[in-house]
Design a protein around this ligand. Sequence first.
Ligand code: ADP
Length: 260
Amino acid sequence: GWQLVLSTVLVFALVGSFIYLLWTINRQNKLAIMHKTFVNNMTHELKTPVATVMAAIEAVQRYGAKDDSVRMEKYLDLSRKELDHLSQMIERVLHFDMNGANGVKLEFTNFDVIKLINTCIETAKISLQKDVRFSLTSTFQPVFVDADEAHIKNVISNLIDNAIKYSVENVDIVISIVERNKDVEIRIRDNGLGIEPIYHKDIFDRFFRVPTGNLYSVKGFGLGLAYVKQVIEQHDGFIEVESALEKGTTFIISLPKSNI
Ligand code: ADP
């Protein structure tokens, strides 16, 4: 009778509330951990350049470097580089946070992706601190797309930077472009640390970093891939990852091909 219906409904409501409670707690925990990691990374990333510049200034003011033009030049150069890096990081965090909710603002133009990727490779080569080989192949060229050139440049640079960051030595970065129906598919492959499949979904979340990343003291905020995904999706494209631990990683992005 109705008692049975009522008690069934009650039981479902109770079980439902309980599951919801567990889910909320779990989510809160995850957020708390992510927040803590972010603050840790942030502190580390911001403190290092500040400490370096402070030391350089002290060297000049207190330890007589200002009377030695060679040392003076060296400290100024160092300070400049550190401040450059610092401002880039601040820019990244602010930029992403401000635009996070509504996405980024896109300005479409028509350009050749191969040319853009070559520029990204040349830029990456400037500050290399390990042995890296790049190769770029395409089944057709030029590869025109209608897209926001500045943001796509950031996307490619981010993926190349990661490929370098998360690889140890004798780094091989293979970039290939293929045409798939109406899309241009860009693959960026590295032979680095790789990512365990259980993390493949999370790496695109803001502030998420694979815990093992820290083992290699690789720096970062966990914002790069969230930004990359956002930009690609706003272009009606998609991004995927293929990776296994110690086997390297491939990021695949696809963009609609230009009609022109
Ligand atoms: P960040 O590099 O600042 O941590 P990202 O959002 O760019 O942030 O990447 C998120 C995480 O995904 C990284 O912390 C790292 O663990 C993992 N990851 C990204 N790219 C690679 C790669 N090419 N190889 C291995 N792991 C990667």
